[in-house]
Design a binder for this molecule. Structure first.
Ligand code: G4P
Length: 538
């Protein structure tokens, strides 16, 4: 292994931007991703991400047998260079692939870009993903998309975002008109106007430099709409200015406007992102903060994905590097199991322009092949300091099913299969205190189908589901043992243990949960539970 050089490390870290996109389905996440890759030079021709998505669209990753799983793994992390920066874009699956994974990917990013459809405003999935970002005060940049279509008034959109998402909006670009009147965007800081030509197959024209809103050139370029822009800018000047500190703690979001499908406004977003979004930051562990420029390697696993051949139970663990330098062939300490492992053949997600795929730095993601030994939340380090990264939770499921076994003699295999599949983190298993049911909980409904199909393919177990009346779950904690016992007695019918043995309440509705909380106010009801287990716990 080569020497650790602090200057090189700091340079590499400063270059990195690791982020995810949060949006509601159809707001334009895939289109924006594609355009970011296009501007980053990682793809020559727009269309490849879209093509992948439509393959996934009709059916899930697991349903289609001939699906090329290699693609799905590499599209989990997309890396590209832009202006001497290295950008890691982590996929946050939406649509049918929406699952707990989508939430958990957000624990591995340093910032997020929120895409909003200008006609729809703030939608449910965006709201949920935003709540996850809130847990770590993740900095968020906003892209308001589809300005070429009729939509809400931009001021109303900003008010809606501020109101629903409780984050202050600071526009850095501003649209001139909307829908059929959309003429372009004005860059507030640079005082530049970029005119919209509506050509999906061309890049936008170069921006026109202006002396400010009073520049007479605006009238030449925009005619009557120049005054409307001036009025808007006047109103905006009364708003709060951009504060980098507030952005970094998730209190303020810089807002960009555009039309991703027309490549419009994307360059401004990307430039703003490079300039403002944070490089890899220190990460909390149970014992201390880990700084990215520490010489010793450390990282955690935030996602586990079953790989190509279901028969081999081959899995890929996605590890986010937090400190040090990774080199191929490195020997790492796998905490929890307490073993040294050689990472001989990692999957590296590197930009095409780079030739070396031998090393990776904080902010980068590496994929480690394994046979089920690596779990979500696991920490890897070189050196034996007992580190456990925190903030990689399980999230309370929103959909539930009772698992029914069609072939009664296979109950052992069913239990084993379920336990192993939920280990991958896409669904959770709950075992009620009363009775012998097995209940699956998931954030996205498709996971139920995926699990039944995999139980059949990989474990030879035929299972089906029955609906159960639960709508939400909370992990239960209480330091007072007597109170906890009394709570258990009172709510026995609703209580379960999850796969790791933690007490979990399943409630039929938010309203029922509220009633229980009112009756038992001193109990802690947690919507997330940390995944990781410490060395020697298992
Ligand atoms: P998602 O990943 O967030 O689900 O959204 P996606 O990018 O797939 O976009 C959803 C639809 O919105 C697509 O249309 C896409 O072309 C369209 N779209 C994205 N950005 C813009 C925009 O700036 N303006 C307009 N007018 N449309 C936009 P589709 O009909 O589902 O697909 P396609 O037939 O256009 O490929």
């Amino acid at each position: 292994m080569s020497e650790f050089n602090l200057t090189i490390a700091r340079r590499e870290i400063a270059k990195r931007r690791t982020f995810g996109i949060i949006s509601h389905p159809d707001a334009g996440k895939t289109t924006l991703t594609e355009k970011l890759l296009l501007f980053g030079g990682a793809i020559q021709m727009a269309g490849s991400v879209k093509a992948r998505k439509s393959g996934r669209y009709a059916t899930s990753d697991w349903m289609s047998i001939e699906r090329d799983r290699g693609i799905s793994v590499t599209s989990s992390v997309m890396q590209f260079d832009y202006q001497d920066h290295q950008i890691n874009l982590l996929d946050t699956p939406g649509h049918q692939d929406f699952s707990e994974d989508t939430y958990r990917v957000l624990t591995a990013v340093d910032s997020a870009v929120m895409v909003i459809d200008c006609a729809k405003g703030v939608e449910t999935q965006t709201r949920k993903l935003m709540e996850v970002c809130r847990m770590r005060n993740t900095p968020i940049m906003t892209f308001i998309n589809k300005l070429d279509r009729e939509g809400k008034n931009p001021f109303d959109l900003l008010a809606e975002i501020e109101d629903i998402l409780q984050i202050e909006c600071v526009p850095l670009t501003w649209p001139v008109g909307i829908g059929s009147d959309f003429r372009g965007i004005y860059h507030l800081e640079r005082r530049e106007l970029t005119l919209f030509n509506g050509d999906r197959h061309a890049l936008p024209t170069e921006p026109v430099a202006l002396s400010g809103p009073d520049d007479p050139k605006l009238d030449e370029l925009l005619g009557e709409q120049a005054q409307a822009l001036r009025d808007d800018l006047e109103l905006l000047s009364a708003g709060n200015p951009y504060s980098h500190e507030d952005y970094l703690i998730g209190g303020q979001t810089p807002v960009f406007f555009g039309s991703a499908v027309n490549n419009f406004g994307v360059r401004e977003l990307l430039e703003g992102f490079i300039r403002l979004a944070p490089a890899p930051m220190p990460r909390p562990t149970e014992t201390r903060m880990v700084e990215p420029d520490e010489p010793r390697f450390s990282g955690f696993v935030f996602k586990v994905q079953a790989n190509m051949d279901p028969a081999h139970r081959d899995r890929i663990a996605f590890l986010r590097i937090c400190s040090g330098k990774f080199e191929k062939g490195m020997k790492l300490h796998h905490h929890r199991v307490g073993k040294e492992v050689v990472i001989a053949n990692p999957i590296m997600f590197l930009a095409q322009s780079r030739t070396s795929v031998e090393e990776a730095w904080p902010g980068d993601i590496i994929g480690i092949r394994n046979h089920g030994t690596i779990r979500i939340g696991d920490t890897f380090t070189d050196g034996k300091e007992a580190l456990t990264f925190t903030g990689i939770p399980n999230f309370a499921p929103e959909h539930f099913r009772k698992v029914l076994l069609k072939t009664p003699l296979k109950s052992k295999q069913l239990r084993k299969g379920l336990e192993q599949l939920v280990d991958e983190g896409a669904a959770q298993l709950f075992i009620p205190l009363v009775g012998s049911d097995l209940i699956l909980g998931a954030v996205g409904e498709l996971q139920f189908e995926v699990i039944v199909s995999r139980l059949r393919e990989e474990y030879g177990v035929d299972a089906s589901y029955m609906p159960v009346p639960y709508e939400t779950a909370r992990w239960i904690q209480c330091a007072d043992r007597n109170m906890l016992r009394a709570f258990e007695e009172d709510n026995r019918g609703q209580l379960t243990h999850d796969a790791k043995g933690y007490l979990t309440l399943l409630a039929n509705s938010e309203w029922q949960l509220k009633c229980i909380k009112e009756r038992w106010p001193d109990i802690d009801y947690l919507a997330t539970r940390e995944c990781q287990t410490r060395d020697g716990e298992e």
